[in-house]
Design a protein around this ligand. Structure first.
Ligand SMILES: Cc1cc2nc3c(=O)[nH]c(=O)nc-3n(C[C@H](O)[C@H](O)[C@H](O)COP(=O)(O)O)c2cc1C
Length: 142
């Protein structure tokens, strides 16, 4: 089974988790992005704004990735403002028809509670039920 791990990250926590999952499972790894750096305080404020506005004009997967070549895709994203981050939402919306049946999520959040509400939001964007989910509490970086 050919697996692709995908991630969006602002402060590299989701990236680190997805790198580990890809390494352990022997999956390919790629980053999806809207091309905007959101580091620092201004980046945080920008992330808050886009969580409300949700307009993501440009979204790409870095590298030469053909989604159709994969049997399973694991999508990693951080939680922003108690929901899947705006970039992750836009990713699912844009690529849902190109994703294989087997879709898993990795949700990186600082708090540890109620990740299922985020999964429900992601499934509703996907238009079907995901195959599985994995929440990661990143507060203590473990
Ligand atoms: C704008 C913004 C809003 C956030 N809102 C939440 C939240 O509602 N609940 C939570 O647990 N973490 C929240 N976080 C924290 C991130 O989900 C957490 O730090 C995550 O691990 C960051 O992953 P990254 O380093 O891959 O960007 C928020 C972060 C940002 C930037």
């Amino acid at each position: 089974m050919k697996t692709l791990c995908l991630y969006y990250t602002r402060t590299n926590k989701t990236k680190e988790v997805m790198e580990n999952i890809a390494r352990i499972t022997g999956a390919d790894l790629a980053e999806y992005t809207d091309g905007k750096g959101r580091g620092g305080v201004f980046g945080y404020i920008g992330a808050c704004f886009v969580s409300v506005d949700r307009t993501i004009p440009k979204l790409t997967i870095k590298g030469d990735i053909d989604l159709k070549a994969y049997d399973r895709v694991i999508i990693g994203m951080p939680v922003w403002v108690e929901g899947p981050c705006a970039i992750g939402r836009a990713f699912i919306k844009k690529y849902r028809d190109k994703l294989p049946n087997d879709v898993y999520y990795v949700v990186a959040q600082m708090g540890g509670k109620d990740y299922m509400s985020k999964i429900k939001a992601m499934d509703s964007l996907l238009g079907r039920q995901s195959s599985g989910q994995f929440p990661v509490r990143t507060k203590d970086n473990d």
